[in-house]
Design a binder for this molecule. Sequence first.
Ligand SMILES: C[S@@+](CC[C@H](N)C(=O)[O-])C[C@H]1O[C@@H](n2cnc3c(N)ncnc32)[C@H](O)[C@@H]1O
Length: 312
Amino acid sequence: MPAAEWYTEFATREARGVSPIYERLALAVAHDPEVLALVETLPPGKQQPNLLFGVVRLLGGPAGGDPAAFHDFVLANWPAIELELRSRATQTNEAGRCALFLPVLAALPQPVALLEVGASAGLCLYPDRYSYRYGDHRLGSGEPVLDCAATGMAPPARLPEVVWRAGLDLNPLDVTDPADVAWLDALIWPEHTHRRDRLRAAARIAAADPPLLIRGDVLDDLPALAAQAPRGATLVVFHSSVLYQVPPDRRTAFAEVVTALDGHWIANESPQTLPYDGLPPAPDDALYNVLALDGTPLAWTRGHGQAITWFG
Ligand SMILES: C[S@@+](CC[C@H](N)C(=O)[O-])C[C@H]1O[C@@H](n2cnc3c(N)ncnc32)[C@H](O)[C@@H]1O
């Protein structure tokens, strides 16, 4: 997709109604030939709006949504920005996505052994430690509280019992390393104070009881890590917003490998990266992921875990 189109789509389908600052900036970039020319010198995967905006925030760029200030900062600091863009990928670690996994996880035979591929810092490995609010229905106690607007489903009645948590990532992040936390923070959209608070609260939980985080590839290193899961627990391999970073032929191979494991597979990915036959129409024109269990699609979900529309 040409960069201008990608930035327009990000503005209108991801940021609209979620981050007015990023909606404004993304539309401005889409119509800014100088910034686009720089962005287009990068490989396609590095042209991602989220990545550029995160790197500019990390480097202390203008925090407001002033397109002229953003333009000037990018042009003045391009060598430093380019260096970061080429060496990084978006690693947004959103504990809020646990509110999407919970309805499926809680319905599986307990206890569960969790293995997340593309785990970033592993904050989605603690669905049993967070609390949840689905409308009026509250589950769990303590912080962070994950708010999720649920449609078409009964809210989960219990938390899962987790006996093992492991993550696989090309570049695992460490919530006790200030540089890694700064990157996770920079990836959170500017107005999302509640997500920044959530990151801090979830990081405290992970730091107190760190998961097993392995540097490795979603496909090549999955079977060996899965083999370490304790017997007597239901193995659940899951992932969210990861496969768009994996080449298409390797996504297909990954689906075959995960299906062959003795356990369950929960995916939360865009239907462009992980397609399904016969999906019902999405609730509206915004960008949605599809939550699926063992290859069966169940629900439309929003990117940060803020909404789930069940159809399964
Ligand atoms: C957008 S983050 C999502 C993190 C987490 N799943 C969440 O939902 O909060 C995607 C993560 O996938 C990782 N990743 C991308 N390609 C990978 C691969 N081939 N093998 C393992 N991890 C990968 C990235 O390093 C990054 O941490």
